[in-house]
Design a protein around this ligand. Sequence first.
Ligand SMILES: *Cc1c(COP(=O)(O)O)cnc(C)c1O
Length: 217
Amino acid sequence: MGLVKVHQRIENACEKAGRDRDGVKLVAVSKVQPIERVVAVLQEGHRIFGENRVQEAAGKWPELRERFDGIELHLIGPLQTNKARQAMELFDVIESVDRPKLARTLARLMDETGNCPPLYIQVNTGEEPQKAGIAPQETDAFVAECRELGLPIVGLMCIPPADEAPSLHFALLAKIAARNGLEKLSMGMSGDFESAIAQGATSVRVGSAVFGDRVYS
Ligand SMILES: *Cc1c(COP(=O)(O)O)cnc(C)c1O
């Protein structure tokens, strides 16, 4: 447990996969974590974080940005269109673009403000009805649609089904990204990030292995 240990595991996984350590970014997922734990990880020098709710991030990160330089904040949870403007102001990367309506809203705001953070498209590789993400067979068309809107799509993101071997889902995501000319792959969490690195992850989203178990109150 802890930042140092996770870095070690990432390094080992890169070595095993014959990959350069610099090719894998650690996004420390701080959702729900007590603020002291987040501050402790910032004090250890880590700067890349992920949050899955706009509201929660808005209550936490503007203040932390005043205390610590160089923070890079990723939105990794579903985004409602009525929170898109706030999300574009708050986050440095949005990893959860998952439907045409959201893409059109982001494009409109980009045209209005002249800014848009780098975006990932979330793919529902397991085609789970309760999970966000575009279906695998619709992803090529959606990437094309986003590009036509001028959106800065840099990669794909997925959350595999809890009860299936994640490596098949990681491999599928890598294949869809490759055929669409997308370089970034956000995949792998505390339980499976080594497997994601073996399949080409360029960033892993790790929460509990960095901070400890989430305490929901
Ligand atoms: C919570 C969350 C994670 C981190 O999960 P852990 O199992 O704690 O590492 C990663 N990705 C997303 C999208 C999440 O919501």
